[in-house]
Design a protein around this ligand. Structure first.
Ligand SMILES: Cc1cc2nc3c(=O)[nH]c(=O)nc-3n(C[C@H](O)[C@H](O)[C@H](O)COP(=O)(O)OP(=O)(O)OC[C@H]3O[C@@H](n4cnc5c(N)ncnc54)[C@H](O)[C@@H]3O)c2cc1C
Length: 312
């Protein structure tokens, strides 16, 4: 028996969510006495995966699109007891495509390890993560797409055998070109995110967001209207219709906290809100709130953090 896990890399470097995915698969596999089979690209350092729980690594020339990769995973998972895919931007496209190809049950937005395997139950965020539901998945090979940073990484001492296979991919789309977002820290992977909204008044005021991000080693993000008006690039737009983030720290500055914004950020471990309006909805979702003018509060935060860093 095996649990198959898709392990994503970026230019030959594994993402944090990739190690988390392998650990997820290991925990599930140990519940049913199965092996963990990791599927990864030929460019990635597959041997590393043994240290996170992979028993066997299959390197393939990955397809260019989510549909192509899903077809390859379908071919490799015919006898698997389940499949694990991290809910990254790519993973969130691959998982439903694979579920359709395999006619298998899929849990997206999953935030727990399996609660039990017979029946197979899991917890997931529902209604834009406003509630948590427990669901039961039927069928021989359920697919789990989990929220990155919700389970954590587990380091083990194992070593996985690595082999290369040739699995062709049926591509219905062709990638003509790729533009890489320019931020210093990649937003979907960031441990900390500093995000600005319409309360910043204009693009010329983003210096304070960037300064705070720099001192924290954080990525920058923004609300949808901010990218719609062109103050910031669309690659920074977070929320229901943008990127979903799960950092350890999310600082929202001059953002009201509309439900569509919260849908993409509420999985963050700690949320700090800076807003002039004490009635702003975001304060209800905040762990820490500062009622104040961003143009006064943020420079003070930057100075305090710099002083703290210099002293420690
Ligand atoms: C179908 C649909 C999908 C959507 N998807 C998204 C999405 O993915 N992401 C998203 O963000 N939005 C999304 N929206 C839009 C969403 O409903 C809100 O309109 C949007 O999030 C508001 O952006 P904002 O908070 O930046 O602006 P505003 O609502 O204008 O809020 C600005 C905030 O800044 C505060 N403020 C003003 N001046 C200052 C100051 N000097 N210092 C500190 N605070 C100040 C104000 O009190 C206010 O709370 C979507 C809407 C729809 C209908």
């Amino acid at each position: 028996m095996s649990i198959l896990v898709f392990v994503e890399d970026w230019n030959g470097v594994y993402k944090k969510a990739s190690f988390e995915a392998v650990g997820y698969a290991k925990s599930w596999a140990s519940m049913i006495d199965a092996k963990v089979v990791a599927v990864t690209s030929t460019q990635a350092p597959a041997a590393e995966l043994g240290g996170y729980g992979a028993d066997h690594c299959i390197q393939i020339e990955l397809g260019q699109t989510a549909m192509g990769i899903a077809g390859q995973l379908e071919a490799l998972s015919s006898s698997a007891s389940g499949v694990v895919i991290a809910g990254t931007s790519l993973g969130r496209s691959v998982a439903p495509a694979l579920a359709a190809l395999k006619d298998a049950a899929l849990s997206t937005n999953t935030i727990s390890l399996p609660l039990g395997t017979a029946p197979f139950q899991i917890k997931r965020g529902a209604f834009s993560s406003k509630s948590i539901e427990t669901i039961e998945l039927s069928g021989a090979s359920p697919i789990i797409s989990f929220v990155p940073n919700s389970i954590g990484i587990k380091v083990t001492s194992g070593e996985g055998a690595v082999e290369t296979q040739e699995i062709s991919s049926l591509e219905l789309l062709k990638v003509i070109g790729t533009e890489v977002a320019s931020g210093k820290v990649a937003l979907p992977e960031a441990e900390a995110v500093v995000s600005g909204g319409r309360g910043l008044k204009g693009p010329e005021n983003w210096g304070i967001i960037e300064e705070l991000a720099e001192v924290l080693g954080a990525a920058t993000a923004c609300s949808k209207p901010v990218s719609d008006i062109g103050w910031r690039p669309h690659s920074e737009h977070v929320g229901q219709t943008g990127i979903q983030v799960n950092p350890n720290l999310y600082i929202a500055i001059g953002i009201s906290g509309a439900i569509q914004h919260l849908a993409g950020v509420s999985a963050s471990k700690t949320i700090v809100v800076v807003n002039t309006d004490p009635e702003a909805p975001f304060f209800k979702a905040a762990d820490y709130g500062i009622v104040g003018d961003a143009f006064e509060v943020v420079p003070k935060l930057v100075n305090a953090l710099r002083a703290f860093k210099a002293a420690s």
